[in-house]
Design a protein around this ligand. Structure first.
Ligand code: AKG
Ligand code: FE2
Length: 338
């Protein structure tokens, strides 16, 4: 994709075009270091704050994660270096399978095929299975920049730990045993999506990424440290700009947790807007259940007066439905509500 003015395939129909100067969202900040503290009183208090963030906004900035800012910067650096390479080099990170919807691991872009028109998002992506190790398809992992793989391995080790800390806190806020999600394979896989949004001369006409919710239980986002672009949909206020917060990670609730929590928590709808001057990068790390698991409301969260609000489905089938709906600019979770 060339920088500059968009080909007509990138131009969104009017109702989808973004409001660039949308109001700023107030995003809760959680210092996650509390979650492993031995001070149970403090832990309980902070869990209450977390529960409130999860049931209202559905996303929060994480600080106190213990990751060196230099490692976060190194990850951003290898992402930039990867996408800055010539197309041919990036193209070598694709599988030969070119079906649409093509959500195989590797390098590519996103197209929305609806009844009315075909529209491309203003992004390039690299999708990699990162965790567990056995899922890695090294054929599509970049060989350049040279430090790419080592940097991602190191960052993955940190993310696996943070994902567990968040899963335990999530379980506590739902009144479940804190190991509930860990024991049940909720972190069965982690799929990472590296995003690159070139600058665009007409950011009011295009979208960096269409409105969607993630298919994960939650997503940990490493965002560009300077260029905002993430917008969240708020039921009361409509689309809001999410500000960047230095050295933070952004955690976003996805469809799996909405279903498992029987709707106590909601997956959040978000999209990405582009910038006329600056390019933007991000890394979305999706925490996903084991493919063979059954996805459905957790028994303990189905009560009298609050019956099951979602159907049950095999995780693998939900993944297939998710990608199909994403390619149509729709949400798979709409199929799941009873
Ligand atoms: O670019 C971002 O900040 C988020 C991208 C995103 O929503 C995704 O990859 O699912
Ligand atoms: Fe997303």
């Amino acid at each position: 994709m060339a920088n500059g003015s968009p080909h007509e395939h990138f131009v969104q129909k009017e109702s989808n075009r973004p409001i660039l100067d949308a109001p700023l969202a107030k995003i809760p900040v959680i210092d996650i270091s509390y979650a492993e503290s031995n001070d149970l009183g403090q832990r309980e208090l902070e869990d209450i704050k977390l529960r409130s963030a999860l049931s209202s906004e559905g996303l929060f900035h994480v600080l106190g994660h213990g990751i060196q800012p230099s490692l976060m910067e190194e990850v951003r650096n290898v992402i930039r270096l990867f996408f800055k390479q010539p197309f041919k080099e990036k193209q070598s990170c694709t599988t030969s399978d070119t079906q649409i919807p093509d959500f195989k691991a590797g390098y590519g872009d996103d197209v929305v095929i609806s009844d009315e028109q075909t529209t491309y998002d203003w992004n390039e992506k690299l999708l990699l299975n990162v965790y567990p190790k056995e899922t890695r398809d090294m054929d599509v992992w970049p060989q350049k920049p040279e430090s790419f793989r080592e940097t991602i391995y190191e960052f993955n080790e940190k993310m696996v730990i943070i994902a567990d800390v968040i899963l335990k806190a999530l379980a506590r806020t739902l009144g479940l045993d804190e190991f509930y999600f860990i024991k049940n394979g909720t972190k069965g896989r982690m799929v990472w999506r590296f995003n690159y949004y070139p600058s665009c001369s007409t950011p009011d006409l295009v979208l960096g990424m269409r409105a969607h919710s993630d298919g994960s239980s939650f997503t940990i986002l490493l965002q560009d440290n300077q260029v905002p672009g993430f917008q969240v949909f708020n039921n009361e206020f409509g689309w809001l700009n999410v500000p960047t917060l230095p050295n933070s990670l952004l955690v976003v609730l996805g469809d799996e947790i909405e279903i498992m929590s029987n709707g106590r928590y909601k997956s959040i709808v978000h999209k990405i807007v582009t910038n006329s001057e600056k390019e933007r990068i991000s890394l979305a790390m999706f925490v996903l259940s084991e493919l063979e698991n059954e996805l459905g409301p957790i028994n303990e969260l189905i009560e009298e007066g609050k019956p099951s609000s979602y159907k049950k489905i095999k995780v693998k089938d939900y993944g297939d439905a998710f990608f199909l709906k994403f390619a149509q600019g729709k949400r798979a979770i709409d199929l799941m509500r009873i």
